[in-house]
Design a protein around this ligand. Structure first.
Ligand code: DCP
Length: 230
């Protein structure tokens, strides 16, 4: 009985967001999010959830990411519906450590990527409205809260260079304009804060520099990132 009560108490704390510190790393495509997560995974005792890109590339044999880049007007809604599901799964997964860092969030999926498809005329209003209804239901009825956003701020040019170097097959088609559009939305959302409600405080890390300098910045900001209620 005692251990059941303890589990229920921890579950309650998790649901209301007490005791747990959930950090999301945000930034443009190829801004260095995975490297950031890997670094903190290696140098501290936190739980790290990387983005489920592998799932998006193989949903029962279908490559949704590839389809979206081939024809975003047709497949944008398909990919984003699935991404919303995988993000919901990540946010609501019971935490196995008091500190958790995850790559992106359900919030940026909606406010950046869905928004970009809609604004660029690649997603019809009807699809946008349905995804919005889903998103609003999820944010109202489940705990997808975030305690801190670490925003890796880069220039679109840097991301373009990194993207070319890493050569992910589906992404060969990505043009500079796409990275610029994503960058603008991130700046409006997290810096100007004029786009949508920001779900948590934001810590900005300049991530245009080489790896060594960026790691120095992670070290300088380690306490601010990993200490709850800072
Ligand atoms: N993507 C998308 N819609 C989303 C989230 C991501 O279309 N809601 C796409 C953009 C990329 C791919 O998925 O082509 C992987 O996304 P990320 O930029 O998040 O992952 P990276 O591995 O590129 O991040 P980084 O290089 O910063 O580690």
């Amino acid at each position: 009985i005692c251990s059941n009560a303890f589990i229920m108490l921890i579950d309650y704390f998790y649901k209301v967001g007490i005791l747990f510190h959930q950090i999301c790393v945000e930034g443009n495509i190829a801004s260095g999010k995975t490297t950031c997560l890997d670094y903190f995974a290696k140098t501290s005792s936190i739980e790290v959830l990387t983005e489920p890109v592998l799932k998006w590339r193989n949903v029962r044999g279908h490559n949704l990411l590839g389809l979206m880049y081939q024809d975003s007007s047709r497949w944008g809604i398909t990919l984003q519906t699935y991404i919303q599901l995988t993000m919901l799964d990540q946010h609501t997964r019971p935490m196995i450590s008091p500190l958790r860092m995850m790559e992106r969030s359900i919030h940026s999926a909606k406010h950046i990527f869905v928004e970009n498809l809609y604004r660029s005329g690649k997603m019809p209003e009807v699809d946008y409205v349905v995804l919005t209804e889903w998103f609003e239901w999820i944010t109202k009825n489940t705990n997808v809260s975030v305690d801190l956003i670490v925003y890796l701020q880069t220039s679109p040019e840097t991301c373009y260079e990194r993207l070319k170097n890493r050569c992910r097959e589906e992404e060969k088609i990505i043009a500079m304009e796409y990275l610029e559009a994503i960058h603008q939305l991130y700046e409006e959302w997290l810096i100007k804060q004029t786009l949508f409600k920001v779900p948590s405080p934001v810590l900005v890390i300049q991530a245009d520099n080489d790896m060594q300098k960026i790691i120095e910045k992670y070290e300088e900001n380690r306490d601010r990132i990993l200490t709850p209620y800072n």
